[in-house]
Ligand binder design. Sequence first.
Ligand code: MG
Length: 466
Amino acid sequence: MNRKKKHTSASDLIISVSGVRGTVGSALDPSLLTQFASAFGTLINGQTVVIGRDTRTSGPMAYHAVLAGLLATGCRVIDVGVCPTPTVLLMSKSVNAGGSLVITASHNPKDWNGIEFALESGRLLAEEERVRLLDIYESGGVKFAAWDKQGTVEVIDTAIDRHIESVLNCDWIVPDQIHHHAMKVVIDSGNGAGSVITPRLLRKLGCEVVELNCEPDGYFPRSAEPTPDALDQLCSTVKAERADLGFAHDGDADRLVLVTEKGTPLSSEYTFALAAEFLLTKQKGDIVATVSTSRMLDDVADRQGVKLHRTPVGVGFVVEKMRETGATIGGEGTGGVIYPELQYTTDGIASVATIMQLLAESSGSTISEVIASVPSYAICKEKLEVPSQQIADAVLRLAVDTYSDETLDLADGVKRIWDDRWVNIRKSGTEPIIRVFSEAQTPEEAQDLCDSTLNTLRSLMERIHN
Ligand code: MG
């Protein structure tokens, strides 16, 4: 890929299937953002674009840069302000916009930002549309509008309430039933985009809410990626407050992870598995999951008598398969779940309401008791930092040779498969890292599998350097 040739370092600017991300103060400068936005405005011929942003400190800078590009290409811009990515996409669907643009770097660290593009109804760009966008961006093929065709801006400040309303109107959510249980919930939004909407939703559901890190100021007090080891504060607060449950979002709140009433953080895999099992008792239909999502989903599909489809990692692949099969639910092991009745994008807010409904219908069981009734596997998630995505590609190529005597699935990265365990090695599409995920019967086996694989990858990386 020579897409990054305009920039000094490939490691701090990443162009992926959904958009562009980079570090603020270096790669992600205002001119780049304006150029990308005007390329997008050209791609969609100056139609209506819904824009919103997460809480990052660079959000206002990025907003103004992006706005200039959209207005200059004649777009009618609807600005929904600071809100979660699924909120922006739902608004785009409800006003029939030609596209949407979210200023976010999702779960990346606080010094990153970026833009995520989508077309009508939150649809991610198809490969040929993405190639066209990059061609317009790189070749200077932007079509600027004349003085009397300049774009306009409208501000809508009700997007969060509209999103809450849509979630409460989902068939499987019965607000009165949740209300009746008067549960106590701690929500840790990591000072990200879920800081306002999720406490408000939970209060509407009659919960007693303890807000933790719900200052939408972009100074993330923990990793924007809500991994179990980033949730110490949430775990201790759930215990101290004697809450029924703890929730945590990533930076743009399309993901959700859970903490039990005992203060135990659950793997992000549980969110999708629990939501799928619950929803399938209401609406029978297929499940779609990525190759690196837990075997728990196979069990759910078996118990519910439905089909599970596996796709390469990435929301775009999951959505494509969901549309094709008319699946009831889809998602990823990262805690991102897609509810097609609402919209075809991962929605951490809908997940909050779904888990609350599940608990309300669990005959007084605690979340720990619900979890104990589901066969679980130990999952280990590790990552290896690499100097660049090119080196990641080279390491992956060497890994295929190294493991060539084993049973491999090469649909997405390298997945080594045994009867009772697997390990998947993948290049991240959004960060200069290689992800190594494993799943086995016990935590020790899963960790061993990750560790031995990481050791092999490190030695392969040294071979490239020498
Ligand atoms: Mg996200």
